[in-house]
Design a protein around this ligand. Sequence first.
Ligand SMILES: Cc1cc2nc3c(=O)[nH]c(=O)nc-3n(C[C@H](O)[C@H](O)[C@H](O)COP(=O)(O)O)c2cc1C
Length: 320
Amino acid sequence: MATAPDISVDLAGVRLTSPVILAAGTAGLLDEMADVVDLSARGGIGAVVTKSITLQPREGNAPWRILPAGPAGMLNAIGLANPGLDAFLEHHAPRAAAMPCKVFASVAGFSIEDYRAVAGNLDAWSREHGDCFPIIELNVSCPNVKTGVEFGGSPQLIRELLDAVRPHVRHSKLFVKLGPLNPELALIAKAAVLAGADGLTLCNTVPAMAIDVDTRRPKLANVTGGLSGPAVHPIVVKHLHDVRRKVSAEHGTPLLGLGGVCNWTDAAEFILAGASAVQVGTILFADVGAPRRIASGLARWTARQGKPALRDLIGAVELG
Ligand SMILES: Cc1cc2nc3c(=O)[nH]c(=O)nc-3n(C[C@H](O)[C@H](O)[C@H](O)COP(=O)(O)O)c2cc1C
């Protein structure tokens, strides 16, 4: 019998048994999905990203804060609801080491000091607790309260953030999750890598809005939110391909593809464009079996491509 293709991946030295990762905020705070999904390699899952953790607890925005957006996907304006760093470490983080997959900790903030404190504390916690957060992912699609501009909004802003945070993340690998809209995305990605990011996650949601035509009011209480799901997928494939060619091919930086992955072909597109692994979010709201089918579909595709390992297909798009 032919040997099954190897779909394990290496993310800056962090090995995952499967390239399918549950995206920040779409799989509960930490391990809540375990009630409905097998979070181990058997369930096709290599890692779970926590809900973004902030320094202070946050209730998030008023409802409605999640809406279906038809075949495009969904709109959300959750507003980073989470228990805050201290409560997360006291009541939730102790469960991370026992989870059957890797856990990446997502960090959000409204000042550089917030990011430094949350990321630094999670890194220290991880080191003292069996390396339970081998990757810390900075969600930089948050506005700086002083300037109103997103931390990931320009090469200079991302450099300032990483100059402050990087020295405090000494043990975990540091990934940066960028937003999709900035035309300078490849330059921002490059600035992040040069400032010490070990990997990049592309991309967060696309700013969007929906209006109820009867009441003439915005459907989301927050007025605007983020679009995720199938509509964003081709946009991110293009960004990922750009960043692979302009940044990660030279620096060897692993990329995580994220946006509208619903099945193994969406995931395979990200791999061909240059992703080492994929994250899935919106599809989980409709189909909790998707991660397992994506992982097995990628294994069969790897075999059909005549490759022993999925990683042989990373960035292997043929441009003619
Ligand atoms: C309900 C919901 C909550 C989210 N919360 C977070 C979050 O806390 N931190 C973050 O970085 N991204 C968050 N995201 C964005 C997702 O991680 C992901 O970037 C986005 O949904 C695109 O992937 P998808 O099309 O597979 O859903 C959230 C998305 C949704 C739908």
